[in-house]
Design a protein around this ligand. Structure first.
Ligand SMILES: *Cc1c(COP(=O)(O)O)cnc(C)c1O
Length: 367
């Protein structure tokens, strides 16, 4: 009989065996404020219309491989500059994997060493995970205690490690702040033709600022976004734009038909009703202001500025706060173990006024 433990040891990479899988807690019966979802659905008449459109989708056929209709709609509605196209992903998670795979050259390539992926940290965990699994080295450069970029440290790390890929989340997750645009441009220019800088704008619908219009000024710039945080996390659609020759290289790595027919139909429909989603984002921004003010008024709570649909805050005892919130059926994220800059920090998604009040009430009992 084949010993399954031996089989795994003989076949699966040591670094894969060593890590745990991406943990998503069971959320049934909870107020779910841990993953930056939009709490609002599409209004009923639009849902019925979408249902009819989905029923017409040709599920027996592969998707049209060019995705031209959907790409054109993204380009025209979402501010992609004239002459620039997009590449689509099964969520921006997949785009991050595509980027890491495309740059992860191996030592066996003539005269080269393993590629380096760099990001300020704490950052979105998929940046380092994708680098690792693609076979690149990850270098994290700590941000400052006010969560702004440490530009001299970034520039020194760039000079030392010559990263092939740099991720800058704008706004950053899990901190919520926008980095200084001048600092980001300095990084893009310092990397120059040696590396690609990806500005990850997952929270752009809330931040309402973007590097998209800067694409023509920086040939090494990639701007990446997703429909997830805007209200369509379930359909899994991300997109990125860059200079055409660069996009053509990433296109080779993209699995064919990575975006399914149902996602394509739903996204085209949603983009025709972008005003509805934008209004929801506007409501969430108003709630963010209200929630941040209410939190700042609590004793012992430090609230960090946010341009996203979540707020990061420091409490006297994050472990205790999370346990009490969990007992009150409210799910949030404890950031404490992610990085030493995040000691006793928690992250909460901005939701409906009712859910935000539930969170506030439960948090108060924990202080
Ligand atoms: C949520 C998030 C993503 C992932 O989005 P998907 O499109 O749902 O995969 C990417 N980057 C950042 C910074 C995020 O917070």
């Amino acid at each position: 009989m084949t010993d399954i433990a031996k089989l795994i040891e003989n076949t699966i990479r040591a670094d894969v065996r060593a890590v745990g899988s991406y943990h998503v807690p069971d959320s049934i019966g909870y107020v779910k404020l841990d993953s930056m979802e939009n709490p609002y659905q599409l209004p009923e008449p639009l849902r019925a219309e979408l249902g009819a459109r989905l029923a017409e989708a040709a599920l027996n056929r592969y998707p049209v491989p060019s995705y031209r209709t959907l790409k054109d709609r993204i380009c025209s509605k979402l501010g992609v500059p004239e002459g620039y196209d997009v590449l689509l992903g099964n969520g921006s998670d997949e785009l991050i994997t595509i980027l890491a795979t495309a740059i992860a050259r191996q030592e066996r390539e003539a005269g080269s060493r393993r590629a380096v992926v760099m990001a300020p940290v704490p950052a979105f965990v998929m940046f380092s995970r994708s680098a690792q699994f693609a076979g690149a080295d990850f270098v994290g450069v700590p941000i400052q205690s006010d969560f702004s970029l440490d530009l001299p440290a970034m520039l020194a790390a760039i000079a030392e490690h010559k990263p092939s890929l740099v991720f800058l989340a704008y706004p950053n997750n899990p901190t919520g702040n926008l980095y200084d645009a001048g600092d980001m441009v300095a990084i893009i220019e310092a990397v120059g033709e040696h590396g690609i800088v990806v500005v990850d704008e997952a929270y752009q619908p809330f931040a309402r600022v973007s590097f998209m219009e800067r694409l023509p000024q920086h040939p090494n710039l990639v701007v990446m976004r997703t429909l997830s945080k805007l209200g369509l996390a379930g359909i899994r659609l991300g997109y990125m734009s860059a200079a055409a020759p660069l996009l053509a290289e990433f296109e080779k790595v993209r699995p064919p038909y990575n975006v399914n027919v149902l996602t394509q139909v739903a996204a085209e429909f949603a983009l025709d009703h972008l005003d509805v989603l934008d209004r929801q984002a506007g409501l969430l921004n108003e709630e963010r202001t209200r929630l941040a003010a209410a939190l700042a008024a609590l004793p012992g709570v430090e609230v960090f500025p946010s341009a996203a649909n979540f707020i990061s805050l420091r409490v006297p005892d994050a472990e205790r706060a999370c346990a009490i919130l969990h007992g009150e059926k409210v799910l949030i994220k404890n950031l404490s173990k992610m990085h030493k800059l995040l000691a006793n920090c928690i992250r909460v998604t901005v939701s409906t006024p009712e859910e935000n009040d539930q969170f506030l009430a439960a948090l108060k009992t924990s202080l």
